[in-house]
Structures are given as structure tokens and as C-alpha cells.
Design a binder for this molecule. Structure first.
Ligand SMILES: [Zn+2]
Length: 449
């Protein structure tokens, strides 16, 4: 026995503002000391010489499809996440059966996750048309907030929230002290353009992209902000794909509206030409933008107006990604394992420091959603760490992906940093780049109210 449970020796600790060479001591799952050459002993010592110690990724937007489907699940999904340095993800309320829209479905999801999760997790509840009292049930049980779609979801059991549903749901969420997250695209315009394209037999990737032009996002973001302002609800806009939407969010925030946004690697790293070349694996909504749009979005990230990244991992079996009709493909991209690595690969050329990368992939989401003790390497925080060898530069290989269906549009793209170890509250989940057997101790994280 020693003074600590774990001592991480000699690493380069990526803090909120600086990278410092330091030891890091862990006791009872918490970081208890960070400093040079910490005195004392520990039950386990980890030599982190030459490695960077990052906070574990906190990803606010993931679809793991448990329970009731065999699409991904918490086991394979959280293994892939931990291999990418992840320690806490937020699971979305749709694409599991049943969807998480009331107390009983929440309980089923927690039970499924608890048996399988290799990382901590938060659960979004669904805001769908119907009895608004269900939000109370979900809040009582500890959802992180409520997710609503302003456009068709493609899933019958999880219908879009019409404006009245959104308004009344936001009013209730505001009373409950929880945020509402919106997928913001105009239903009327996307549906109309989609029906017209399909009727006319125009079903290529380009045709699909043209049914979801950038303004359908900004229109819906503006409407969601209006409702948030009216109800006093905290609003989070998921997967912002245009600089214009990020600017709307920033303007609203500057006049006092409680609103935030995230974007995803696919909107920064892929272009419409990639989408055409890659096909079904790069189909998502909002749609992938032309290069100029992605560049403008990088500008918003660089300016701090988009403070967090999410992968929006939304896998599907390969048979749903086949055929010539781009409209019939399942829309959703697999990116849970590659979030930070693909960002690190371009960080330098984009002028992002390592603390900024840590903020984009962990700190900002933890702070925005009031996760207790998550997202930063500081004394008193959970010892959720990724030990990363930044000397490793390569490309994303299909063979390395641990998803149930190892496919992704990021295969072949640059990645930087091999995650040597991932620790969850001080316990090893990943060692030598592999899942530790029986490392199934992920817990639900509830927001600090
Ligand atoms: Zn999503």
C-alpha cells in the first residue's frame, strides 16, 4: 500500500491553459495532486515519460443503439471510444428500442449500459410530441437534458418536435433546470426538396446534398433561439455545419440567451467532393458542405465560437448503406474512436494548442452540461485520463476500428497520437492500446443541479 492508488510519473500534463511536465497522483478515483516529482508511493506507478496526459474525451453526442438493436451497443461503442482516449459520452435517446422518452425506457437503457459500458455515460432524454410530463420523469432519473429534432428523424418511434412541442417542452425544461438540444434543420424545406428529388428520380449524393442547403440550418437555429429566448430555456444546437449558424448562436449569447453549439469532425474534415467520392459512409444530416463552408466553420472553431466537438457517432449495419439511391441509405457517420486523433492531426496547421484540443474534446462539454468533476485535469476532478504518444502519426486504418461494423468515412485520413492507456476514475480501461479484460465499470453521470 502507498500514499496513493496510482502515480502517473513524468508525463506532460495537458491542463486547461498550459502543458506542464508533472506527476499526477490519484486516490479514490480522484486527482489529488499534480506537480513535479510528487513525494510518496502508490499501489501502482505508471511511467508516462514521453507521453502527454490528456483529460479523457467527453463527447456530448453519440448514438449507441442499446437496448433492443444489434447496431452497435455500449460494449463495442465504449471500447472504441476508450481506445480513442474517451471516458464519458452522452448517448442520444433515439435509435435504441424503445427510444428514451419516458421513465421506464430510461431505466431500460441504464440497465443495458451498466452491464456493458467501459466508460462513463450520460443519457439524453427525448423531447417528442405527446405528454410533456414525461420530461419530469426523465429529469427525476437524471437525464443530462432533452433532445428534439426539428426535422424528420427517419425513425417512426421518435417523431420530430413541431414548434408547439418545442415551445412547451422548452418551457418545461426551463422549469426543470435542464437544457434542450436541437437538431436544427427546417422540416418543411428538407421534406419538400426530398420529395421533389425522389419524384424526379434524382437520387445521387449530389442530389441528396442539394436537398439540405445551408440556409435550412440557419432558419431552424434562428427559430430555436427565439423559442429559447421566449421560454428562458438553455439551448444547445447539435452538429452545427455552417459558420452562419455558429454566428447566430454567438450573437444570441451576447444578448444574454443561454445557448451553445457543437460541431463534428465530418463538417470540418470532409467536403462535398469527399461525400460524393465516399458515398454511403459519409451520408449525414446536416449535409457535408463544400470546402469554403468547412473553412468558414474552422474559423468559428478558431475564434472560440464553437467550443466543443462531438462525433455524432451513428452507426448502422452495412446492408443499410447499400444501393444506388442516396436517399435510401442510412444517414449517420461512425467516428467515435477517431474524434481526438483526427483533430490532433490538423491542430498545428489550424493554430490550435493542445489545451485548446483538450477543451474542444473534453472541457467545454463537461462545463456546459455541468458534469461534476469531469473534463479537466485538476485536483479534485475524476482521474479520467488518456496517456497519448503524440510521436505517432499515421492514417486511420479500418483494421484498428473496434466498432461492431468497422466502417467509417475517416478511414484513410490522417490521425495523430496513439492512446497507450485510458484511465477511468483511476482504473485502467485501455492498456498497451488494448481493452483491459473485465474493464466494465462505466457509470451514469448526472448533471450537477
Ligand atoms: Zn445525432
Amino acid at each position: 500500500m502507498g500514499d496513493f492508488d496510482v502515480l502517473v510519473r513524468g508525463g506532460l500534463v495537458v491542463g486547461p491553459t498550459h502543458v506542464v511536465p508533472a506527476d499526477l497522483a490519484i486516490a479514490d478515483g480522484l486527482i489529488v495532486e499534480i506537480g513535479p516529482e510528487i513525494e510518496g508511493s502508490a499501489a501502482a506507478e505508471i511511467d508516462a515519460t514521453g507521453l502527454h496526459v490528456f483529460p479523457g474525451c467527453v463527447d456530448p453526442h453519440v448514438h449507441l443503439n442499446d437496448p433492443g438493436t444489434d447496431w452497435e451497443g455500449f460494449s463495442s461503442g465504449t471500447e472504441a471510444f476508450a481506445l480513442g482516449g474517451g471516458t464519458c459520452l452522452f448517448d442520444m435517446p433515439l435509435n435504441a428500442s424503445p427510444p428514451t422518452v419516458d421513465g421506464p425506457s430510461f431505466d431500460l437503457k441504464v440497465a443495458a449500459a451498466r452491464e456493458q459500458a467501459h466508460t462513463d455515460f450520460c443519457l439524453w432524454g427525448g423531447l417528442v410530441p405527446g405528454d410533456v410530463d414525461r420530461l419530469d420523469e426523465l429529469a427525476e432519473r437524471g437525464v443530462i437534458g432533452f433532445k428534439a429534432f426539428m426535422c424528420d428523424t427517419g425513425v417512426d418511434e421518435f417523431p420530430a418536435a413541431d414548434d408547439l412541442t418545442l415551445y412547451e417542452g422548452m418551457a418545461r425544461a426551463a422549469r426543470l433546470g435542464l437544457p434542450v438540444a436541437v437538431h436544427a434543420e427546417s422540416d418543411a424545406i428538407t421534406m419538400g426538396l426530398t420529395e421533389r428529388a425522389r419524384r424526379e428520380g434524382r437520387t445521387s449524393v449530389r442530389d441528396y446534398l442539394e436537398t439540405r442547403p445551408p440556409f435550412v440550418e440557419t432558419e431552424a437555429v434562428a427559430r430555436a433561439i427565439l423559442l429559447a429566448e421566449e421560454t428562458g430555456c438553455a439551448l444547445h444546437v447539435v452538429h452545427v455545419s455552417t459558420a452562419a449558424a455558429a454566428v447566430l448562436v454567438a450573437e444570441a449569447r451576447s444578448r444574454g440567451v443561454d445557448v451553445s453549439c457543437e460541431t463534428c469532425p465530418q463538417y470540418l474534415l470532409l467536403t462535398d467532393e469527399d461525400a460524393e467520392r465516399i458515398g454511403a459512409l459519409a451520408k449525414c444530416s446536416p449535409a457535408i458542405r463544400p470546402r469554403a463552408g468547412a473553412e468558414a466553420l474552422w474559423g468559428e472553431v478558431g475564434a472560440g465560437r464553437i467550443p466543443m466537438l462531438a462525433c455524432d457517432h451513428s452507426p448502422a449495419p452495412p446492408e443499410l448503406k447499400q444501393g444506388d439511391d442516396a436517399f435510401s441509405w442510412w444517414g449517420g457517420i461512425s467516428g467515435l474512436q477517431t474524434l481526438r486523433g483526427t483533430l490532433l492531426a490538423v491542430a498545428q496547421e489550424r493554430g490550435l494548442t493542445l489545451p485548446e484540443v483538450a477543451g474542444l474534446t473534453a472541457g467545454a462539454a463537461a462545463e456546459r452540461f455541468a458534469l461534476p468533476r469531469k473534463g479537466r485535469l485538476e485536483v479534485g476532478f475524476d482521474a479520467d485520463l488518456a496517456l497519448v504518444d503524440l510521436g505517432h502519426e499515421g492514417i486511420v486504418e479500418r483494421a484498428d476500428l473496434r466498432y461492431r461494423y468497422p466502417q467509417s468515412p475517416f478511414v484513410g485520413m490522417s490521425t495523430r497520437g496513439r492512446v497507450v492507456r485510458t484511465l477511468l476514475r483511476g482504473d485502467a480501461v485501455i492498456e498497451d492500446g488494448r481493452l483491459v479484460p473485465n474493464a466494465t465499470f462505466g457509470r451514469i453521470v448526472r448533471p450537477e443541479m
